[in-house]
Design a protein around this ligand. Structure first.
Ligand code: CA
Length: 233
């Protein structure tokens, strides 16, 4: 049976364009132009994936996502007109899996849809539990649990065990914001204390070793007031 994708977008031409591309890939598409329609559609039948515009008349994609999350763990991708929404999307803990900023290329959206659905099925099939990931390769940053090594653009980084664990934890949660507290407790396995600058210090050292420009790090990004993130693309 074809997977059903819910597209919620009030710009009708854009919704039509997306649905054309999705149908061409063999997906079944339900298009809604308002939050109300979307809620009704979700209530009727849960989609296998949702693509939600953030700004909708009398509603927004975030609250729709919350509604969807009450009953479903399907992949959710946000469409946003503002880059500024990106941090918000990652920080809201809505369980959003991805976002694209308008204007976007439909081909790029298709590629991401496929990858999100593939990942979703992979996790659901239980494969993820039986075969834990041993290696990540994120835009030239390679980290391996097998050899306990890390390379950036083919050059080995000499990391301390703590730095390795921090980077590994962030890679494991790529695309999500990890709070300083969660990071500390995962890596140090101790209770996080309020005035703890340890994490910040280690992140600074890691960035230095990675040769990151201090004002615009390419990998470990700071989400102010929340924590750190490695974007998955
Ligand atoms: Ca809109």
């Amino acid at each position: 049976m074809n997977e059903r994708i819910l597209v919620v977008e009030d710009e009708k031409e854009l919704a039509e364009l997306l649905s054309l591309y999705l149908r061409a890939e063999g997906y079944e598409v339900t298009v809604c132009h308002t939050g109300m329609q979307a809620r009704a559609s979700i209530g009727e039948k849960e989609p296998d994936m949702a693509i939600l515009d953030v700004m909708l008349p009398e509603d927004d994609g975030f609250s729709l996502c919350r509604r969807l999350r009450q009953t479903s763990f399907c992949p959710v991708m946000f469409l946003t007109a503002r880059t500024a929404d990106a941090d918000k999307i990652l920080g809201l803990n809505l369980g959003a899996d991805d976002y694209v900023t308008k204007p976007f290329s439909p081909m790029e959206v298709m590629a991401r849809v496929k990858s999100l659905l593939r990942r979703y099925h992979h996790y659901n099939s239980g494969l993820a539990q039986s075969q834990p990931v041993k290696e990540y390769d994120i835009r030239g940053l390679r980290i391996s649990r097998i050899s306990h090594s890390c390379e950036l653009y083919g050059k080995t980084l000499a990391l301390t065990p703590l730095e390795f664990d921090i980077l590994w934890h962030l890679c494991e949660h790529q695309g999500q914001v990890v709070s300083s507290e969660a990071l500390f407790e995962a890596v140090w396995k101790e209770k996080f204390l309020d005035s703890n600058n340890t994490v910040m210090g280690h992140i600074a050292r890691l960035r230095e070793k990675m040769g990151e420009p201090p004002r615009a790090p390419r990998f470990i990004k700071t989400v102010w007031g929340v924590g750190y993130t490695i974007e998955s693309r």
